[in-house]
Design a protein around this ligand. Structure first.
Ligand code: OAD
Length: 249
């Protein structure tokens, strides 16, 4: 529950009530209140402890596959033990009020789907899915070995998480749908993302250039803030449920 009641601009509430197309981009900040660390938040971000380029890249996996496999196994376990928070649920509920709604996420944790979101585009993959690094075959089961990375039963290649690493292309169908949603929406939300990783970060600008109203929800200002029509500063798990309540009751 919010510690204080938030007053939203009446024009924003009216806009949302009238909106027929809404696109939402989320980042790691949306899952922060579920207990997952964000990537870049000072002190607590995963990257305060690790250099991302040493972990989230195909080169790193080629150099030391076991280190990368173990890091993702550790993150997969962390994700298994957390639940969606009120921000995830509010977005699942927003979907029901908007005729054409797209939730675009950079998160690989699967919490939006767990909260009930259906029109979901996962731009950076999903940490729970595992596939072969060579032949792309997906697998549900594998045997963890303390010495080596498990191998594909089809071709013997190394298994890896089905997430997007630095330097890799985003899933084409998801990206194309996200760009289309951004270009055609009336309102674009950017929530809990630092907005520094492309191409996701450009979606808000694509929406703005096509005349959408851009609403940012973040604990801190970001490079998008000065360009947004509305900046709602605070925790998404507090702001979103309150925004839903004031808009649709
Ligand atoms: P970041 O860690 O870069 O940013 C998290 C953002 O969430 C920051 O702007 C915080 O201020 C904000 N934040 C933290 N707690 C919040 C809360 N409770 N409510 C609202 N906002 C909050 O995470 P992302 O922007 O998601 O990609 O990072 C984007 C991508 O960078 C990731 O998907 C990952 C990484 O490279 C890949 O691994 C390909």
């Amino acid at each position: 529950m919010p510690s204080r009641s938030v007053e939203f601009p009446p024009a924003l509430i009216s806009l949302l009530r009238a909106a027929s197309k809404v696109a939402v981009l989320t980042g790691a900040g949306v899952s922060q209140e579920s207990g997952l660390r964000t990537f870049r938040d000072a002190q607590t971000g995963l990257w305060a402890q690790y250099k991302p380029e040493e972990l989230a890249s195909p080169e790193a996996f080629a150099r030391d596959p076991k280190l990368i496999w173990d890091w993702y196994a550790w993150r997969r376990e962390a994700v298994k033990s957390v639940r969606p928070n009120p921000g995830h649920y509010a977005l699942a509920s927003m979907e029901k009020h908007i005729p054409s709604f797209s939730l675009i996420t950079q998160n690989v944790d699967g919490l939006h789907r767990m909260a009930g979101s259906q029109r979901l585009l996962e731009l950076h993959g999903n940490i729970q899915r595992v596939r072969c690094a060579e032949c792309y075959t997906f697998t549900e089961t594998w045997e963890d070995d303390s010495e080596a990375v498990p191998r594909c039963q089809e071709c013997g290649g190394l298994l890896r998480p089905d997430v997007v690493w630095f330097g890799e292309a985003l899933p084409r169908d998801q990206l194309e749908a996200a760009v289309e949603a951004a270009r055609s929406c009336d309102v674009f939300f950017s929530i809990g993302t630092s907005g520094v990783v492309q191409p996701a970060a450009s979606l808000a600008f694509a929406a703005r250039n096509r005349g959408a109203v851009v609403v940012e929800i973040n604990a801190e200002p970001t490079p998008l803030t000065s360009k947004a029509d509305y900046f709602l500063q605070g925790k998404s798990g507090e702001i979103l449920p309150e925004l839903l309540k004031q808009t649709w009751g």
